[in-house]
Write a protein that binds this ligand. Sequence first.
Ligand SMILES: [Zn+2]
Length: 316
Amino acid sequence: MDSISDPLQTRWKRLQAKIDNLWGDRRQPRWRNSRFLVGFCASLVTVLLLTTTAWAYTVTVSPAAPRLGDTISVRMQPQQGTTEPPTVTMNGITYPSFPMPNGDFRAMVPTSPLDTPGGYMLQITGAEGAQTLAVELGDRNFNTQWITLPPGQTSLGTDHEFARVAAFKSIVTPDKFWNGPLLRPSQGRVSSAYGNRRYYNGDFAEGYYHRGVDYAAANGSPLVAPAAGHIRLVGRVADGFELHGNTIGIDHGQGVLSIMIHLSRIDVQEGDFVQAGQVIGAIGSTGASTGPHLHWGLYVNGVAVDPVPWRFDGVE
Ligand SMILES: [Zn+2]
């Protein structure tokens, strides 16, 4: 975020300097000076040009005051009717946008407890030019858990499951399959919220946060799809999913993915298309799990975001 090198900022600064010069010295009635009038009119033209050529998307960001874990939805309304999707860059990462039914474009910027709260710039780049928009990412408190690991515990997980899960998390497809707020995937009670941070044997785990929501439910109780989508990952303990246990991954489209782990039963196959509310498996305690529960992770463009806004307000 180097605003000095931003050509638009530089233009604004020059324009600002011009305007400051115009109004800086009020001792003389400068409007009687014809050169002043010419300069003033030229400045007005510059302002209009900047308005029509550079600030070409009308941008709406929601939520207006995002906090850590929120998904920042960036809607861009083209003023010149261009149909090429613009991109949104924040904190050095560029996110795609997708067309909405009314001709607007929308990009989703994920945030997580690992982000630093504070001011960020959204850089919008597209057929109608480039523009920047300031966003304030608010801080938020997450619960902290202290975990004591027995000495000599070996780390779980196979290369096979990590590779498959990583490949799943990178999926971004153009069609949008969710519609309205996401459904509760299990009727069990929430036993662990999104975003919890951890200490292991007294040491803070910098890169760790609870990347989903846990629902405690009886072994064999139903798991439903929180939204429609394509089944793009089915992993089983027998195939090496020793950490995640039996796993289902759903592609809801446009970089929005659900992953469900520790299942006792899987009712779907890769390639299936499932509807919101469809039973796709059953809750269990397979993999690294201390009791029957569902872990539901909601990923947006590769980052586990807080599912709560998606469940209750919905992201359209
Ligand atoms: Zn969990």
